[in-house]
Write a protein of this length. Sequence first.
Length: 408
Amino acid sequence: MAMVTSSHAPLLASRASSVDASPVREILALTEQPDVISFAGGLPAPELFDVEGMSAAFAGVLTETPRQALQYSTTEGDPSLREAVAARLGSQGLPTGPDDLLITTGSQQALSLVVAATLDPGDTVLVEDPTYLAALQCLKAAGARVLPVPCDAGGVDPSALADLVARERPKLLYVIPNFQNPTGRTLSAARRAAIAHVVARSRMWVVEDDPYGELRFEGDPVPWLSGFDDAAPHAVLIGSFSKIMAPGLRLGWLRAPRALRRACVIAKQTVDLHTSTLDQAAAARYLRDADLDAHLARVRHSYRERRDTLLRGLPHALPRGSTWTTPDGGMFVWARLPEGFDASALLHDAVAQRVAYVPGAPFFVGAADEGTLRLSFTTHTPQEIETGLRRLRTVFKGAGESGTDRDV
């Protein structure tokens, strides 16, 4: 049989070659060695998983309702799980009914479904700059025209947003309101009210992605954009169990107006029909029988200690003139090195010192700031964080000036 030459090979879709692999995933692959202290991945701490509670939930489901738990389910999701999520949102100040929700295979699928239901190739989408890498991948795969909204230390600039909306007529605005990935910043109530006003006067959707909202260490919760009456008809709220239960469950949800939610249901039917019946049933059982709030209190206490350890050490680890955010919760600190330092170029040296971070450049839609980096504080103990910071100090000292005691 004759060999087929490469010129006759089947072709991939153009969108498959237009989206780059996630730099975070690539870095994680480089840092799997057990002696590497990685500030790179935004991963929950595995030693804090409630293994006993989750085991009991799965055992209860498989013992008492195995035929239902192992069977196909509805696309919309397990009614008991939707009721539990709705009740939790209601207790946090956002009245929600079970029928307002769609259970998804992780919050990443929730975003993908909204994108599939709202965007045509070439439609304009506005995002924070910098913003979540996987969201950028999703939007670019859909053929969207992605534009950055100017941001400052408080996040999205509402005036700049209003100007962009008037000029560009976007179809969708994507924001991470609480402890943003990658910057760790939180939009204030005043900013949210201003953004809600802009959204209400437009014809665009606003997607608020909130996987970190229940990881608040200090300060008071801030209302969701979905809770503002004028913005509610435009608003989609996305949530996840990955950061509060376990990412291995791959469970998320979206809350959206009826017409959009129905379109997302249809989009989901074309992808996977429904999310794992067993995992949904176990999550609902866990929410019924376990004390999620007590579990989260333990997680928040540990994460706050780790954040504080990282912040205390940064003045000694980073070069003089560096700045960084001080998040009120979540998983990330965003740092900026002084002029002349390139975080991407220095990553190789960092891995050689058995420490890693994520360079900030890939998170930008506009002009990238090569001196930025994202540091996650959740996956290592305070002692390990201190060791990692000493290794970072060696990297930056070798690249230029050593750190000082200055905090910003």
